[in-house]
Design a protein around this ligand. Structure first.
Ligand SMILES: Cc1cc2nc3c(=O)[nH]c(=O)nc-3n(C[C@H](O)[C@H](O)[C@H](O)COP(=O)(O)OP(=O)(O)OC[C@H]3O[C@@H](n4cnc5c(N)ncnc54)[C@H](O)[C@@H]3O)c2cc1C
Length: 293
């Protein structure tokens, strides 16, 4: 039976989209289609769906704002689980509890309106609360791992609350990248005046103005110890290197820009850069971006 029909038969009220185009839902703007994208309306529906997908051994993957992923070209005969409808936001003193689908911008505006500061360094990072938690997103001054109090998550239909230590946060990594879905995250902020928060957020946003424009996934590689990936790539003379429609940004060598190319172009360029840097410097770069599915 067709996957869409099978899913609809089991979950008549589940919001589903057939032939989901990855290119339209990712910042890199390429990739093929998935048979179905499903957006559960609440935590309970999400857990029931994940339990079903696990029991039936239906291939699936998770997608947030799509700002750090490279989908495959071609067709994925599986389900993309999206979290946009998990958009709840609650404030309790200086804590914020955000649903996985809440965007970074909404999280920051909400916290500011409630006089909760401490999140300004996240200003301008394209993300959802779920994707940000899973990727341990952040900048030099602040990462999710610094402020996560607990995470409401689901492994199949088992819903649990994990404390910060259980999340096994590392640079651009966490336990949630091993198939555990973030449904909501409780973050620790601090009391601040909304005007001061606005000023600080503006400062962090301004700092990002120099980042390359165009379709990208942000930084492609994690910085190795004691070096910047971008500097290593630049030193190897790879700025502007191109495979099809994908090229290494002349502005910031750790950014790959997609100008009408395919995922295969982007993947080929990543492989080329990795090989060149290894051959010329001996440093093995680790990808920061995640391949889908
Ligand atoms: C222009 C640009 C600038 C960027 N700047 C920064 C920066 O300054 N700092 C930084 O850290 N990152 C940066 N990034 C990368 C990106 O913003 C972060 O990695 C962000 O956390 C991605 O969130 P997302 O919701 O888009 O996740 P996605 O890209 O959709 O997903 C990323 C990974 O998380 C998984 N995932 C998504 N949602 C969930 C969930 N609910 N539960 C479990 N797993 C999930 C996905 O399966 C995937 O493996 C930048 C990206 C771009 C395009």
């Amino acid at each position: 039976m067709e996957l869409f029909t099978h899913l609809r038969g089991t979950f008549p009220n589940l919001a589903c989209e057939r032939d989901f185009p990855f290119a339209r839902h990712t910042s890199i703007g390429c990739g093929g289609t998935a048979a179905v994208a499903a957006s559960p309306a609440c935590v309970e529906e999400c857990a029931a769906l994940l339990g079903f997908l696990k029991r039936e051994r239906i291939p699936h993957c998770f997608l947030g704002a799509g700002a750090n992923v490279l989908p495959q070209d071609g067709h994925f005969e599986g389900v993309v689980v999206r979290f946009c409808a998990l958009s709840f936001l609650q404030a309790a003193e200086t804590d914020v509890f955000a649903g996985a689908g809440v965007t970074g911008g909404r999280l920051l505006s909400f916290a500011q309106a409630h006089g909760i500061g401490g999140f300004s360094p996240f200003s301008g990072i394209p993300m959802t609360a779920g994707g940000g938690t899973a990727m341990n997103a952040g900048v030099r001054e602040l990462h999710f791992s610094d402020i996560v109090l607990s995470v409401l998550c689901a492994e199949g239909d088992t819903v649990r609350v994990l404390g910060n230590r259980d999340c096994v946060f590392r640079e651009k990594d966490s336990i949630f990248l091993s198939g555990i879905a973030v449904l909501g995250v409780r973050l620790r902020g601090k009391t601040a005046h909304p005007q001061d928060i606005a000023r600080e957020s503006c400062r962090f946003r301004r700092r990002r103005r120099g980042l390359p424009k165009g379709r990208s996934m942000g930084c492609t590689f994690v910085n190795p110890p004691f070096a910047f990936a971008g500097e290593l790539i630049e030193r190897c003379g790879l700025k502007g290197a191109r495979r099809g429609g994908a090229y290494v940004s002349p502005l910031h060598a750790n950014f790959i820009i997609n100008d009408g190319g395919t995922s295969s172009d982007v993947a080929a360029l990543i492989e080329f850069v990795r090989r060149e840097v290894l051959n010329r410097t001996g440093v093995a770069l680790r990808e920061e971006i995640r391949r889908l599915p």
